[in-house]
Design a protein around this ligand. Structure first.
Ligand code: HEM
Length: 158
């Protein structure tokens, strides 16, 4: 290999390494990584990830019915999975209003329900990858029910 070719090869390798190193960071930034999500004045960290999940649900409302949009649906579900994974280890605001003796159980129950949400989102991803419109629509409807039940139990409904 002459000097010029060596330099080109070195440059290509460095570029590939840099791309690999930054790819996860870029993905996280889109969903807002835990370090990029300080609790705001009006919004908790859970709120901010829930917004990602809500935006995803809005897109899925139509895209989940259309196999031509499955690629788009899968991208959205990936973000929802990431957001739900991060939100699951947080403490809901409402915990402050729960009796001290029941607080730990309340936070555990929230986390378990968020795990259920994650499992359902992963099932949706699998259905979309299989091109299974029927299952995808059923899971979407179930997610709506989980939203309602989750908020009923873990928020003060503000
Ligand atoms: C498709 C499912 C869901 C959607 C679309 C959704 C959406 C939302 C939205 C829009 C907010 C308010 C965000 C804001 O005010 O800025 C919120 C808050 C919240 N959600 Fe969900 N949610 C879902 C599922 C769940 C589930 C399953 C749970 C419980 C396990 C849950 C627990 C909460 C809690 C605790 C808050 C209040 C934030 C806090 O306490 O810090 N959500 N959600």
């Amino acid at each position: 290999m002459n000097r010029c070719a060596r330099r080109t090869a070195f440059f290509s390798l460095s570029l590939a390494a840099a791309t690999l190193a930054f790819a996860p960071a870029l993905l996280q930034e889109e969903v807002k990584s835990p370090t990029a999500v300080p609790a705001g004045e009006d919004q908790t960290r859970i709120d901010q990830w829930m917004e990602t999940i809500e935006e995803g649900m809005e897109t899925l409302r139509k895209s989940v019915r259309d196999p031509a949009l499955f690629g788009e649906s899968i991208e959205v579900v990936e973000k929802m999975v990431q957001a739900a994974a991060w939100a699951r280890t947080e403490t809901p605001k409402m915990a402050a209003n729960v009796a001290e003796g029941e607080r730990a159980a309340f936070v555990r129950a929230y986390r378990k329900e968020m795990i259920e949400l994650l499992v359902e989102l992963l099932r949706l991803e699998a259905a979309l990858l299989e091109g299974n419109t029927e299952d995808a629509q059923k899971i979407y409807k179930n997610l709506k029910k989980m939203e309602e039940a989750g908020h009923e139990r873990f928020t003060d409904g503000e």
